[in-house]
Design a protein around this ligand. Structure first.
Ligand code: GRF
Length: 227
């Protein structure tokens, strides 16, 4: 069951961790303001003082924290400081939105099954960095994005939701990244809402979504079969 033995509070108190532009953060803010997402952002935390996402948060009156990882002696010390802030702010679910740091067991253990990440590829294909470039160079016909729970391996945890986009032969890293990002902004708020409704159940590697209409057999073929 998920989360382990914790009573669910709604709107679910979340902490959003960023390192950069924060367009996913913006999509979460917008979904909350549009009342499509029952979550409250307790804090936006960045490891970079110049992350534009901090400006976005401040515009909406959301508390921000900056914690420069370079000031800490180890990854574990930094992670413990982040966890301390999240706990002090009573964060229940941690939402990684372009947070460019690997999490140590200190962090993952403190928020076990309560950390989500979004990745701009169809995991387990293309984990890691620069994945839109790698997808274009590999010549795949489809890519997309994945929201998953975070475990101790990078981009490896149980998958909650994925969106698929076509990749065209003439695509560049930038054009593909833009197409994927549009879908990221749709699926991330949706995944958080499923959590807030206590509808996500983790069993082994799989995430089951309670109360879904039967999933459809949607087949995509690219290039299309018709001439
Ligand atoms: C997104 O592509 C996300 O998938 C990845 O980092 C990027 C963050 O973009 N993890 P933004 O800061 O939300 O605009």
């Amino acid at each position: 069951m998920f989360p382990k033995g914790q009573p669910m509070r709604r709107p679910v108190p979340i902490g959003v961790l960023i390192s950069g532009s924060g367009t996913n953060l913006q999509s979460i803010i917008d979904a909350i303001e549009a009342k499509q997402l029952e979550a409250k952002i307790q804090v936006v935390l960045s490891n970079r003082a110049d992350a534009y996402g901090l400006v976005r948060a401040k515009k909406h009156g959301i508390p921000v924290e900056v914690l420069d990882h370079k000031r800490f002696a180890s990854r574990e010390a930094f992670d413990q400081a982040v966890v301390d802030i999240l706990r002090a702010r009573e964060v229940e679910l941690v939402v990684l939105a372009g947070f460019m740091r690997l999490l140590s067991p200190v962090f993952v253990g403190a928020y076990s099954n309560r950390i989500m990440n979004i990745h701009p590829a169809l995991l387990p294909a293309f984990p890691g960095l620069h994945v839109q470039k790698k997808a274009v160079e590999h010549g795949v016909r489809f890519s997309g994005c994945t929201v998953h729970f975070v475990n101790e391996e990078c981009d490896e945890g149980p998958i909650i939701i994925q969106a698929v986009v076509p990749v065209f032969p003439e695509d560049t890293e930038e054009s593909l990244a833009a197409r994927i990002l549009e879908q990221e902004h749709r699926i991330y708020p949706c995944a958080i809402q499923l959590y807030s409704e206590s509808r996500l159940r983790i069993e082994g590697r799989k995430v089951f979504v309670d109360g879904l209409a039967k999933e459809e057999n949607q087949v995509l073929v690219q290039p299309p079969l018709k001439r």
